[in-house]
Design a protein around this ligand. Structure first.
Ligand code: PLP
Length: 356
């Protein structure tokens, strides 16, 4: 048995894998695979419409919000957003809280001025800055809600008077938020939404209207909205996997229910590690992520021994990102509490054996 703690692409519900496999062989009894149906057919239109409706329902989006599925990964959004909403005369405000936010800043600088309002680089991005001022004339304020690599998460939405733009790639649909406060939300699907190859984008209609004109069609959000995610051939299978995962989430009781479950998992993990003398949690309690827990061990020899033990016990994907080192345990929506229990038992046994 494997316990999949991968950071992304990552675990999805077993029933999603089963249903997706069936659809590859025969989609809805049509005698055709989901991989060979046309996107401009009622068969796929139903998939897309239901996926969009479920996102709106689960996130409680108001009528001002449009939902589109786009390609190019979250990394494409790093430049597509400033390409639409910045000009050389404008400036955008960014919070620099980790590797992904830094990449977003680098891309934005190609299109206009960027003001980094605060950064946690001084401590290797191990915390979330709390005090900063956002210029009132900023075109937008961009931040990453959950820092996948560094294991930090912003637990409150910043109070701002400019359009709020968020990269929610690693915590979307995992906890309740007033999503309507955002002018723009984006997330790569490959963690909590579905398979790699598609982005979920939620965009406020009036914000979309403020976008630069004369962009290449594929870069222009207005055109994606007008064409209902079908400006070109959409990633049919990836969107279908999103639909299955969204249906699963609704069956679990929606975001409120999964948030409770996610909290159970992360509380168990953090409270266990806090008590074990071999482990070190670099992130202060108030900034810890419920999705990605990072920790190190004081002794590098024990670190490789523990790593080998994890491998032996079927714990997959627990190696920390190279910029942080140590370990990272990702606990996305589909990960079961049983997997976290198994991991904490292993860490406790290991600690009892090796702590002097
Ligand atoms: C928070 C965050 N933003 C952006 C990305 C980049 O996503 P993609 O690989 O889809 O471009 C990742 C990838 O893990 C991420 O975790």
């Amino acid at each position: 048995m494997k316990h999949n703690f991968n950071a992304g692409p990552s675990i999805l519900p077993k029933e999603v894998f089963e249903e997706a496999s069936r659809a590859i062989l025969d989609f809805k009894g049509t005698g055709l695979s989901i991989l060979e149906i046309g996107h401009r057919t009622p068969l796929f239109e139903d998939v897309l419409n239901e996926a969009v409706a479920l996102v709106k329902e689960l996130m409680h989006l108001d009528a001002q919000k449009e939902v589109v599925f786009l390609q190019g990964g979250a990394s494409t959004q790093f430049f597509q957003i400033p390409m639409n909403f910045l000009t050389k005369e404008k400036k955008a405000a960014y919070l620099d809280c980790g590797v992904w936010g830094t990449k977003a800043i680098k891309e934005a600088k190609q299109f206009g001025q960027v003001e980094v309002v605060a950064s946690s680089k001084d401590k290797n991005y191990s915390y979330i800055p709390k005090v900063y001022a956002i210029p009132e004339d900023a075109a937008y304020f961009h931040y990453t809600t959950n820092n996948t690599i560094e294991g930090t998460q912003m637990h409150a939405i910043p109070q701002v008077s400019v359009p709020l733009v968020a990269d929610m790639s690693s915590d979307i649909l995992s906890c309740e938020m007033d999503f309507n406060r955002f002018s723009f939300i984006y997330a790569g699907a490959q963690k909590n939404i579905g398979a790699a190859g598609v982005n979920l984008v939620v965009i406020d209609k009036s914000f979309a209207e403020t976008g630069n004109l004369s962009l290449p069609s594929m870069m222009d959000y207005r055109q994606h909205i007008t064409n209902g995610s079908m400006l070109n051939t959409p990633p049919v299978f990836a969107i279908y996997v999103c639909l299955l995962t969204l249906r699963w989430l609704k069956k679990q009781g929606g975001i409120a229910a999964i948030e409770k479950y996610n909290k159970q998992k992360s509380d168990l993990l953090y409270s266990t590690l806090e008590q074990l003398p071999l482990f070190h949690l670099p992130v202060p309690k108030e900034d810890r992520s419920h999705m990605n827990a990072v920790f190190t061990m004081h002794d590098p020899i024990l670190e490789s021994l523990f790593s080998a033990k994890c491998k032996e016990e079927g714990m997959v994907g627990v190696k920390g990102h190279r910029s942080v080192g140590g370990f990272r345990v990702s606990m996305y929506n589909a990960l079961s509490l049983d997997s976290v229990v198994a991991f904490t038992q292993l860490a406790t046994e290991f600690s009892n054996q090796h702590a002097s």
